[in-house]
Design a binder for this molecule. Sequence first.
Ligand code: SF4
Length: 383
Amino acid sequence: MDHHQPAPEGTPLYVHLPFCVHLCPYCDFFSVDGKGQDVDGFLDTLLLEAEARAPKAPRTVFFGGGTPTYLSEPQLQRLLLGLDELTGFRASAEEVTVECNPESLTLPKAQLMRSLGVDRLSIGVQSLDPETLAFFERPHGPEQALAAVEATRSAGFERFSIDLIHGSPTEELATTERNLLQLLELRPQHVSAYGLTYEPGTPLHARLEREEFVPQDEDQELANLDSVHRLLEDAGLRGYEVSNYSSIGQECLHNVNYWHNGPYVGIGPSAASHAQGTRSGNPRSIPRWRAAKQADPMAAAFEEHLDPRARLGETWWLGLRLAEGVDPEVARTTAGWVAAEDPAVGEAEALVAEGLLELLAGRYRLTPRARPLADHVGRQFLV
Ligand code: SF4
């Protein structure tokens, strides 16, 4: 897609709001401490970018961050009403998700969002263990997390997700299990359960390098993954993606489109966009993003054009994260691959021989033993 053309009607929309109450030491997203930030000025630029780049009538909208609920009620109202005026998302979208954190999700905010077209909240609980929350430097305790879920329900949200991080060095397997069982009592219909990772450049990675704590070893990590998977599936939540579980019909449509390697438009600093083999992204800094968008709202900080071979590899890499696996013919269509020979199928067959993939009803998918290795297996397809 020529980046000067707006995306086709219906394209999913991602909106990045980078402000947080406190920066978590493990965080690898583009986020900033909200104190002293010009949030209103930020919204001016965001709506300017939306006017130029946001698709009309998006099928799904996802407000991520950062912490979107860091915004005050009037700011949230301005954002949601302004975006609706520009895109008509309230009439068009099948799913509108806002990520929120317990310390800033109040009942009035939840009610406001519900009344302005948001129908799904993704709540960053991370853990109910006080020691783990302290290690993560989360500005909320377990009670606040439970209150946030309560507020979500009271405001009339039928759809919400609880986000968890397992594998903290502060947790024994028994703590993780006890935590999870307590959360399952809240009967969430969607849970995202990610293993803690130490991304280079984060404060937690630096502390690890300085040997300030002992991380979980590989056996502990595998035991966690196994136990979390079993407890969630026993509770009726199907692992539809490597780290995402839901009851039937409660999958996050916005993210499933991402794993299908579908098109999307992202607005806000650091937000990425994807359309027909072109990946582009915004500057990872508020001042640079604002300056760039004020000069040309369509401008991208980077733009990369992928040929069909690279797109085929990406489609498999992303698609293998899903329990449904990959249909080679669908992958070829997504990637625009027309040659008679399909190199991805050759790769998939080699992985079947290694016991990492299986072929069922025309779709290749990870074997249970390969689930913890999803990224490693998927990467075999990248060129
Ligand atoms: S709240 Fe989320 S986005 Fe903000 S610093 Fe923590 S992990 Fe990062």
